[in-house]
Design a protein around this ligand. Structure first.
Ligand SMILES: *[C@@H]1O[C@H](CO)[C@@H](O)[C@H](O)[C@H]1NC(C)=O
Ligand SMILES: *[C@@H]1O[C@H](CO)[C@@H](O)[C@H](O)[C@H]1NC(C)=O
Length: 410
């Protein structure tokens, strides 16, 4: 249980706004913990870093930073409960959007290019969603998480763990949260996050949507509740997998440091890996597909760099504060450094978590990076693809990035 005295530590270092959401988030957590004794024990004992307790790791990253492959270091680990992009389902459940259409840049940037300040309820909601996952509190996770298409879509590679769970899901495939959405609210709730924030707010129940929304949303919720009953057996498998795991790892391109801050406070054993990549490589890769980038840049490579670097600069500034508050719990990984010597770097990553790197993961890394030169060459592909003018512009937008992430940038 989190004591009120802990909250006062927050007042001194944070603004009133942070204070208000921290208190209400902690109240939210204490409500959850008092209804689940296992959680209570986990949260209290984690402070003493009992070696028998499961290790918890959150990979905080951005689209096209190499995180799908990086996450494999844990997806391949037979002792881990690994989840690829668990926060997409938070947005699906909150705003009734379509799975996979909650593009990270659209969370942080309005379509007109202005910064979107994440509202407090969303910052807390993402933290609570991840906290529930780390503590196996499946009852408070939305059914949109359990039923999410990423469980199937990335099963061959990036979400290959938990085969028994996926097998169970397949046997219930005739029902889905997506179908509930299609049947009841697809004409009312925009499919893409960021499309129309007024409608999103109505769909999230944050403002009164009037008669039509109430009726449709009521039916939608009924459909969602029925779905929960029909996949109950699978949810139990997921809970068992989670409870039995010694290592719980989530990888997310949709979690801001503000949510991370709340999680680090709630879960004293949580380790955070902040994975970034050279903006030139990031934006070049994002140009390959609209779903890899936000809407605001409208396909402009340099605009995309502007938004990416604006976000990462803000995130890094908050991370630096968190590092002072929680020394030794956050590890920075620069993708370009990782590919120079993936094996050595993976050992460092596992060291940070306090778990030995299994032999079979070493083999997996060696097999999949096919020697040093190939991965390094790939990571530097932008050099032959970007114009000199674009490189200059990106360097200008990303000055803070290049000055604050320590690497011999070319
Ligand atoms: C951009 O869009 C947001 C959300 O619709 C709005 O609140 C904001 O005022 C707009 N900014 C500009 C500069 O038009
Ligand atoms: C987006 O780009 C297209 C093609 O370059 C252009 O025609 C359109 O006007 C742009 N839209 C906005 C909103 O800037």
């Amino acid at each position: 249980m989190i004591h009120p005295s802990k909250v006062y530590g927050v007042i001194r270092v944070a603004s009133t706004v942070v204070f208000i959401f921290t208190v209400s988030f902690l109240l939210h957590l204490s409500r959850l913990t008092s209804s689940d004794r296992r959680n209570e024990i986990t949260i209290r004992e984690a402070a003493t870093e009992d070696p028998n307790l499961p290790k918890m790791v959150l990979i905080v990253t951005y689209q096209r930073c190499g995180s799908s492959f990086f996450g494999e270091l844990f997806d391949e680990n037979i002792d881990s409960f690994y989840v690829y992009e668990p926060v997409d389902s938070y947005y699906v459940a909150k705003y009734s959007t379509v799975e996979g259409l909650n593009t990270p840049t659209d969370i942080s940037t309005y379509w007109n290019g202005s910064v979107r300040i994440q509202p407090v309820d969303e910052i807390e909601g993402v933290a609570a969603h991840l906290n529930d996952l780390f503590t196996c509190n499946m009852d408070d996770l939305p059914v949109q998480f359990f039923n999410h298409k990423y469980w199937y879509l990335f099963a061959p590679d990036f979400q290959s763990s938990q085969p028994e769970y996926r097998k169970c899901l397949r046997s219930t495939k005739k029902v889905s949260a997506h179908k509930c959405r299609e049947d009841h609210v697809s004409t009312l709730c925009p499919p893409n996050l960021g499309q129309d924030w007024q409608s999103h707010a109505i769909c999230a129940g944050l403002v009164d949507g009037g008669h039509v929304y109430k009726e449709a949303m009521g039916k939608y919720r009924e459909c969602i509740n029925d779905l929960r009953t029909s996949i109950k057996r699978c949810i139990e498998i997921s809970r068992r997998n989670c409870m039995a795991s010694k290592l719980r790892v989530m990888k997310s391109v949709r979690t801001s440091m503000k949510s991370v801050s709340l999680l680090m406070q709630a879960l004293p054993s949580l380790r955070v890996i902040h994975l970034v990549r050279d903006p030139r490589g990031v934006v070049l890769s994002r140009m390959r597909q609209p779903s890899f980038r936000g809407t605001a840049s409208n396909g402009s490579l340099t605009e995309e760099a502007k938004f990416f670097c604006r976000d990462v600069a803000r995130e890094l500034k908050l991370r630096k504060k968190l590092e002072k508050q929680y020394p030794g719990r956050i590890m920075e990984v620069i993708y370009e450094k990782f590919v120079q010597d993936p094996l050595d770097y993976s050992k460092k990553v596992y060291d940070h978590i306090g778990v030995p790197l299994p032999d079979y993961i070493e083999e997996f890394i060696q097999k999949n990076t096919r020697g040093k030169t190939d991965s390094v060459a790939k990571s530097l592909k932008w050099q032959s693809k970007l114009t000199y003018g674009n490189v200059l512009k990106i360097k200008e937008y990303c000055q803070y990035f290049y000055e604050n992430f320590q690497h011999e940038w070319t």
